[in-house]
Design a protein around this ligand. Structure first.
Ligand code: 5RP
Ligand code: CO
Length: 219
């Protein structure tokens, strides 16, 4: 049987912001599938990254899908702005949404693909009533807010549980895994059921980022 292709979504959080245009060009010319864009508000997570104007500029240069990971409170206030800025996929955190079902519909009605992210402590079964509505579930394999952390091994169990939930409900959601992914652990994350790997530090801190992306793709 042919091995399924894993999608690679490098996180620009770890890139050189002074050279953002060159970094996007490198990704355009690499085997990366998506550009992962981490938005942090200093409230939902204890860090502030970048926001709408930066994403608008990235979108103009990018020839790949813009996968926006919102680590912000009240994401519904900004969904329309992220659509205008160029988000193709908009992922909100389960923990940030009181009205998650409504938030998912809002994202889809705006013409984007809708994702839901789970913090490391949030169980997968809490998604059973929305799993058929979402295009993507993002399993956080580190506590959100910072790049360069170590992969939490319990995430492998959560990926398997999520794969089982998706199959049980005959849902179409992709499983994206984010945090601490390297060429050393990528194969076991894929074997657990991941469809999309996010990688920041292991790509942008590598001597040859395009080669690091290729290596993740081959894992
Ligand atoms: O969402 C994130 C952090 O909250 C980032 O996408 C994630 O940390 C990727 O960076 P690294 O590969 O360095 O762990
Ligand atoms: Co992310």
């Amino acid at each position: 049987m042919k091995k399924k292709t894993t999608l690679i979504a490098p996180s620009l959080l770890a890139s050189n912001f002074l050279e953002l245009g060159k970094e996007v060009d490198m990704l355009n010319n690499s085997e990366a599938d998506w550009l992962h864009l981490d938005v942090m508000d200093g409230r939902f997570v204890p860090n502030i990254s970048f926001g709408l104007p930066v994403i608008s500029h990235i979108k103009k240069a990018a020839r790949k899908i813009c996968d926006v990971h919102l680590m912000i409170e009240e994401p519904e206030r900004y969904a329309e702005d992220f659509k205008k800025a160029g988000a193709d996929i908009l992922t909100v955190h389960y923990e940030a949404c009181t009205h998650l079902h409504r938030n998912i519909q809002q994202i889809k009605n705006l013409g984007m693909q809708a994702g839901v992210a789970l913090n490391p402590h949030t169980p997968v079964h809490l998604l059973e009533n929305v799993i058929k509505d979402v295009d993507l579930v993002l399993i956080m394999s580190v506590n959100p807010g910072f790049g360069g952390q170590h992969f939490i091994s319990q995430s492998l169990i959560k990926i398997k549980q999520l794969r089982a939930l998706i199959e049980e409900h005959q849902a179409h959601a992709l499983i994206e895994v984010d945090g601490g992914i390297t060429t050393d652990n990528a194969a076991e994350i894929i074997a657990a059921g991941a469809d999309v790997l996010v990688a920041g530090s292991s790509v942008f801190n590598a001597p040859d980022p395009a080669a690091a992306i290729k290596a993740l793709k081959l894992a």
